[in-house]
Design a protein around this ligand. Structure first.
Ligand SMILES: [Zn+2]
Length: 300
């Protein structure tokens, strides 16, 4: 089974997935000093790596001639900056696809992080100490590491970006595409060199639209159609959870959303630790949503 769109969803499928390797010792600053690494990585192509955040989420590293872009910062358990510097010697630029704790939880080890200008409330809420602590405790037992309890560590300066912003890494450019739905400031990043699209949680297999700050099913469809209508060739989707997806996956997501909007999707109960929700299953896609949040925000 592919991983879900959110750290929260993982609990539904494998409650033990957070179980920490008891041999691993992590210092105050997030360095692993013995035992297996929380982070592991695989090279996906020329200058592209996926960093596995201990099965919680995917962090990506994309290297140009001058700079390397870190796409998301994971849950922040192990020091991502040090880990990434073991892969590339290039100066780092960092971006969050959105502000959820499994994508921005490691921001504190970097000096600067780029994030969409509409995502500040989401980031502030989900990376606040009480919510991070609750997230860890509810889904990960007692795993919340001490260094994340220190508010003073969350000091990355935020650089606000919007649609069309480009990361010029040197002979490689990644373009920001704003895709509001899973959160208001969710983005994808399009690599003009590889033609891969890094989608965060905006377009994967397990879509969560029921959570705080999420927009409607119609808003989700608008964002997916925006990708489908792009003139840029896409040969692979690289989501924030799970395995790479073929571009046709976008058509499946759109069809699932269209079924919900047309009232033609059989509603399936969806119980999560966050409450009782409803979902629509369409082919290999699950869209979780609230029945009162189908119409686009602008139509309400
Ligand atoms: Zn998310």
């Amino acid at each position: 089974m592919n991983r879900c769109t959110s750290i929260f969803a993982l609990m539904l499928f494998a409650s033990g997935v957070f179980a920490q390797d008891s041999s691993m010792k992590v210092e105050e600053n997030g360095e692993v000093i013995s035992g297996n690494s929380w982070l592991t990585h695989t090279q996906l192509g020329e200058g592209i790596w996926v960093i596995n955040d201990n099965q919680q989420d995917n962090v990506y590293l994309v290297e140009g001639d001058r700079l390397a872009l870190v796409i998301d910062t994971g849950i922040g358990f192990q020091n991502l900056k040090t880990y990434v510097q073991s892969i590339t010697a290039k100066p780092l630029v960092v971006v969050n696809t959105h502000g959820h704790p499994d994508h921005a939880g490691g921001n504190h080890v970097f000096d600067e992080v780029h994030i969409h200008k509409n995502e500040l409330d989401v980031l502030g809420y989900y990376t606040s100490e009480p919510v991070m602590k609750d997230t860890y405790n509810r889904f990960a037992g007692t795993l919340m590491p001490d260094h994340l309890l220190d508010k003073n560590k969350n000091t990355a300066a935020l650089i606000l970006i919007d649609e069309g912003f480009q990361f010029d890494l040197g002979n490689r450019t990644l373009k920001v595409i704003h895709l509001p739905a899973h959160s208001p400031g969710s983005i994808a990043l399009y690599d003009t060199k590889s033609h891969h699209l890094f989608t965060g949680d905006a377009a994967n297999q397990h879509v969560w639209l029921q959570i705080k700050y999420a927009l409607s099913v119609e808003d989700f469809l608008i964002s997916i159609r925006k990708l489908l209508g792009s003139q840029e060739p896409v040969n692979l989707l690289l989501p924030g959870h799970g395995e790479p997806l073929k571009p046709d996956h976008l058509n499946v997501l759109a069809a699932g959303a269209e079924k919900i909007i047309a009232g033609k999707c059989e509603v399936t109960p969806y119980d999560s630790p966050l409450g009782k929700e409803i979902s629509c299953h369409h082919k290999d896609v699950v869209i979780v949503y609230k029945k009162e949040n189908i119409k686009a925000t602008s139509k309400k």
